[in-house]
Write a protein that binds this ligand. Structure first.
Ligand SMILES: Nc1nc2c(ncn2[C@@H]2O[C@H](COP(=O)(O)OP(=O)(O)OP(=O)(O)O)[C@@H](O)[C@H]2O)c(=O)[nH]1
Ligand SMILES: [Mg+2]
Length: 562
């Protein structure tokens, strides 16, 4: 709704936070609502709307857009919510004011009811940027200065939204245009820091990427999976599993119900132990590192460095964000492809995530298995195989899919010392979502597998798959369980691989083969559902079949070569 007069009488408004990417819309949303929408220091963090019920009605945080006519999926989402907003809080960044005001102009031209929030004024002061507020006042709209991360400006925004004099109709857009052109004459660019010269340097920059990956390996592979996970699993094996097993068996006797709760694949034994003892520490460790990287503003620097590699695959540097998020969770990565402009780019990025990007939980298990093999050669081979398959898939798709690649224009946000509070909150919410999703899915799958096991179906499956598992992949026959679990979730299957490698004292080649098969195996059920929703069931079905065949094919070759 434009130029809302009657909403002043209704006193229930839909208020939309709209603005360029990375200006602080989600931070403003969090400040106003007390809720938490994800905040990061790179453009394109919000890929869906977050909303909150407020005393004045509804507050909606939208994905960032540069232009009202932008042709991306996120812009479509923002336009939809903008259309029926009574009031638009247009958030601009004081540091990039001139650029951000172009969208303000468009909003005014479209006759939206705009309140202009100039955020990050602390950053502007820090960088010595002067803003001519008197000039801005001539736009004829309410202007509020904020530091959203510190809660400064909150009361003034609320007061403005609920005040009676808000509806500003018939703004003189010619006058506003003149005013904006004056402002843009006063451009004062932010100087690029020395750190940027280092991070974007073709040699030192790549050195930093390798260092970060190495630190991730040491932290997750050696510290978290080698020390924390071992400690927690031992603790649970000694003090939790025996108690819960005997209690349930005493109560129910030795039957299917007991097996469902405390059997080999039991909910209270395998599921609880796997999630709390193994996956939780790995996920927490990975998300903490990701939160620090996201909050510092390093990710766009990484995008610029890796731009050439992505170009090679038919993607522009923006794709680094969905792919990096895919290393956290493929569902998150797939949804983030919304920031890419063309369907072709979205299909390529989604496919690469599905084919070759292991999620955080999987990586932890892969790290710990490769640490057992204890050979740098296997490490290099692992990374080489994954990158090779990624490159081949990308190049083939780029060659044969119709459509074009868009120009890469990611802005560089200011590098910052990450905010501990934000990193803590983000990790907490992500871990909570992970637990809420994994417990039910793992529990239902474990019941299913226990029933299959109890009635001999797993044995039957082992026999049916024996040629593929024993002859082609040269793995123990029990590996067929991994395929059953992998169809539901890759991390659950990875846990089973870890289990099997313990129980069968697997050789280095077998461990390496399993790691490759599980890295390339079919996307989790929830990822398939999301791919279907985002890009259609044909792509989802194709990716499922393709990754199945690819993982088995490459696994067989690896088992013969290494
Ligand atoms: N110093 C300072 N930093 C801020 C302020 N507001 C937001 N930030 C930081 O700016 C970055 C971007 O904030 P977000 O709230 O995620 O921005 P957004 O507009 O929602 O970004 P997208 O969802 O990507 O469009 C984060 O690193 C925030 O911590 C502020 O007032 N001062
Ligand atoms: Mg946001």
């Amino acid at each position: 709704m434009r130029c809302c007069k009657d909403c002043l009488y209704r006193r229930r408004y839909k208020v939309a936070l709209v603005g360029n990417p990375n200006v602080g819309k989600s931070s403003t949303f969090n400040m106003l609502s007390g809720k938490y929408a994800e905040v990061s220091n790179y453009p394109g963090t919000s890929i869906a709307v977050a909303w909150s019920k407020m005393d004045f009605g509804i507050l909606v945080d939208t994905p960032g857009i540069y232009d009202l006519n932008e042709q991306t999926k996120v812009a479509e989402i923002t336009r939809k919510h903008l259309e029926n907003a009574d009031i638009v809080i247009n958030v601009v960044n004081a540091l990039t004011l001139e650029r951000d005001l172009k969208l303000t102009m468009q909003l005014l031209e479209e006759n939206y009811n705009v309140v202009l929030v100039i955020n990050q004024i602390d950053q502007a002061e820090k960088h010595g940027k002067q803003i001519n507020y008197a000039e801005l006042e001539q736009l004829g709209i309410k202007i509020i200065k904020t530091i959203a991360t510190k809660g400064i400006g909150k009361d003034e925004i609320i007061r403005e939204i609920t005040s009676d004099g808000l509806a500003i109709c018939g703004i003189n857009t010619h006058k506003a245009n003149v005013c904006l052109s004056n402002i843009s004459l006063q451009r004062s660019p932010v100087s690029s820091s020395r750190l940027d010269k280092f991070f974007l340097h073709p040699i030192f920059g790549w050195g930093a990427v390798v260092f970060i990956l190495y630190a991730l390996f040491i932290f997750l592979g050696i510290f978290v999976s080698g020390i924390v996970v071992d400690y927690l699993v031992d603790l649970m094996q000694q003090h939790y599993v025996p108690v819960v097993t005997s209690t349930i068996q005493n109560f129910f006797g030795n039957n299917l119900i007991s097996d469902i709760f405390v059997g080999e694949f039991g909910i209270l034994t395998m599921v609880v132990q796997s999630i709390i003892g193994i996956l939780l520490p790995l996920i927490v460790g990975f998300y903490i590192i990701m939160a620090f990287l996201e909050d510092s503003g390093y990710i766009p620097r990484m995008a610029i460095l890796t731009k050439k590699f992505f170009n090679f695959l038919g993607l522009n540097g923006d794709a680094v964000i969905p792919i990096l998020l895919g290393f956290g969770c493929s569902v998150m990565g797939t949804i983030s492809t919304r920031i890419l402009a063309t369907r072709k780019e979205r299909i390529i990025a989604t496919s690469l995530i599905a084919i070759a990007v292991p999620c955080a939980a999987q990586q932890g298990i892969i790290f710990s298995m490769l640490a057992k093999v204890n050979s740098f050669g296997y490490w290099l081979a692992y990374i080489g195989i994954i990158l090779f398959l990624m490159a081949v898939s990308g190049i083939v798709m780029n060659r044969f899919l119709p459509g074009a690649m868009t120009k890469f224009a990611m802005e560089l946000p200011v590098l910052r010392v990450p905010s501990i509070k934000n990193c803590y909150k983000k990790t907490l919410y992500r871990v909570r979502d992970f637990l809420l999703e994994t417990f039910p899915v793992f529990s239902i799958s474990s019941v299913f597998i226990t029933v299959l096991y109890r009635y001999g179906a797993l044995n039957w499956l082992e026999q049916k798959l024996s040629w593929m598992v024993e002859n082609w992949l040269q793995l123990p026959s029990a590996f067929s369980n991994v395929f059953v679990m992998g169809i539901v979730r890759r991390d659950m299957a990875s846990l089973e691989v870890l289990n099997i490698s313990h129980n069968f004292s697997a050789s280095n080649t077998q461990i390496f083969t399993s790691v490759i098969v599980i890295s390339l195996f079919v996307p989790c059920i929830n990822a398939i559902v999301v791919i279907s929703k985002e890009l259609g069931w044909r792509l989802a079905t194709f990716l499922w079949g393709f990754t199945f065949v690819l993982s088995v094919f490459v696994g067989g070759i690896v088992s013969r070569v290494f």
